[in-house]
Ligand binder design. Structure first.
Ligand SMILES: [Zn+2]
Length: 420
């Protein structure tokens, strides 16, 4: 039996798992602070959901979906992203949930790409969606939440890129203009980009092969061809971000890989990660998505943050080490007379909210101290026959080995009162 997990996946254990758990915890708290409600949708959906919404030039659809047939012959797909699923779920419950709806999710997404660090086949996202609000203030709120989350984690070396990619009113004319501009350069585009040129020419800008070429850099940008409504919307988003003190860079060549995005597009790029994996949070407005799913026209805006990349960025910036979620106190009971008292003390500590463990079996003092060290306990409370007779424990602080007697009855309160 192979012990390594499947290619493109990872096991999170120990400090790494603690670090991810903390991000989950902080994501829950950040979202709650902004009034977002927790949402869970299925890990797999009908393939049609993604095929309809992602557009046929999207890499996600053409190359990277985990699609399989279930025993009933239905085509199902592990979700490559969650926005489509969340909007689908909202449309089914819109009557109860009202509008606008602020929702957020946490969980794994799946893309069958070539795996490398920061680009795994199973990866974790924290995403938020505001569904049913067309106003630019909704875009601002979503971006402000994303910005605050990264700053509070101590991630500094990121830049927020911002653009507007227009809407159904102004994008078609721009698209024609872009095709007319790029057509003479057709021979200089690779095969992939020629396909994009025909189907979704905006995506030539984020082509890995041709995106940096001079003639692509000189192409007309959507930002210069927005209709009045899109231009006003974009101006209001920028004003809102300025007022919120959120710094950003305008990036007229920022486009989206998924077709249902409209108007505001944004992403946070880390200067601490390799270019191919440097986008740690990406989002935008998707006013066309609900109609694509067969629902009533419902505007929306959101982001999806890659939590595996957030951890990598934290590593790379040498920032805050993820604090271990290890027991506060390891109770060591020496000799058969003290076992009952050891168990009682563990229970009393837990009753007071202090995490505590002890050895499952009776062991020599030295062995138990090694166990406490390996468990990462901050304190060891030792009960020997003398302590049992005196109603005390010998409390040892593992960081410096210092130890002193403490009344056993006072220990839970004592450890509960200390900051970690
Ligand atoms: Zn427009």
């Amino acid at each position: 039996m192979e012990l390594a997990p499947p290619r493109g996946t990872q096991d999170l254990l120990g400090d790494r798992a603690d670090g991810m758990w903390r991000l989950y915890d902080e994501a829950h708290r950040s979202a709650e602070l902004f009034g977002f409600r927790y949402v869970e949708t299925p890990t797999f959906e009908h393939t049609e959901l993604f095929a309809r919404t992602a557009g046929d030039t999207s890499d996600v659809v053409t190359k990277e979906m985990y699609t399989f047939e279930d025993k009933g012959g239905r085509s199902l797909t592990l979700r490559p992203e969650s926005t489509a699923g969340v909007v689908r779920a909202y449309l089914g419950h819109a009557h109860d949930l009202g509008s606008p709806f602020r929702g957020y999710y946490l969980g794994p997404q799946f893309r069958h790409g070539r795996p490398q660090a920061g680009r795994l086949r199973e990866f974790r996202q924290f995403g938020v969606e505001v569904i049913g609000a067309a106003e630019p203030t909704a875009d601002v709120e979503v971006i402000e939440l994303g910005e605050r989350f990264l700053r509070e984690r101590g991630i500094e070396r990121t830049t927020l890129h911002l653009n507007s990619i227009g809407d159904a009113n102004c994008r078609p004319a721009y698209r024609e203009r872009l095709i007319a501009y790029l057509e003479p350069f057709r021979d200089q585009l690779d095969e992939d980009c020629r396909t994009r040129l025909a189907k979704n020419p905006l995506r030539v800008f984020d082509c890995k092969v041709d995106g940096g070429k001079d003639f692509v850099r000189a192409a007309p940008t959507i930002t210069d061809h927005l209709c009045d409504a899109c231009r006003d919307h974009f101006a209001a988003v920028r004003e809102g971000l300025d007022a919120a003190g959120v710094p950003y860079e305008l990036d007229p060549r920022l486009v989206r890989g998924l077709d249902y995005y409209t108007r505001t597009a944004f992403e946070w790029v880390s200067g601490a990660l390799a270019a191919a994996q440097s986008t740690i949070n990406a989002g935008g407005r998707y006013d066309g998505l609900a109609a694509e799913l067969g629902g009533a026209d419902t505007p929306g805006v959101g982001f999806a943050m890659g939590l595996d990349r957030v951890l990598l960025a934290l590593d790379a910036e040498g920032g805050r080490a993820p604090a271990g979620r290890t027991p506060r106190c390891f109770v060591v009971a020496i000799g058969s007379e003290t076992q009952r008292e050891g168990t009682r003390l563990v229970r009393a500590l837990r009753d007071r909210g202090v995490s505590a463990i002890r050895s499952f079996a009776e062991r020599p003092l030295k062995a138990q101290l090694r166990m406490a060290d390996r468990a990462g306990a901050a304190y060891v409370a030792i009960i020997g026959e003398r302590e049992l007779a005196e109603g005390t424990v010998t409390l040892r602080r593992m960081a410096d080995g210092e130890q002193w007697p403490v009344q056993v009855a006072a220990l839970p309160e004592r450890l509960a009162g200390e900051t970690a």
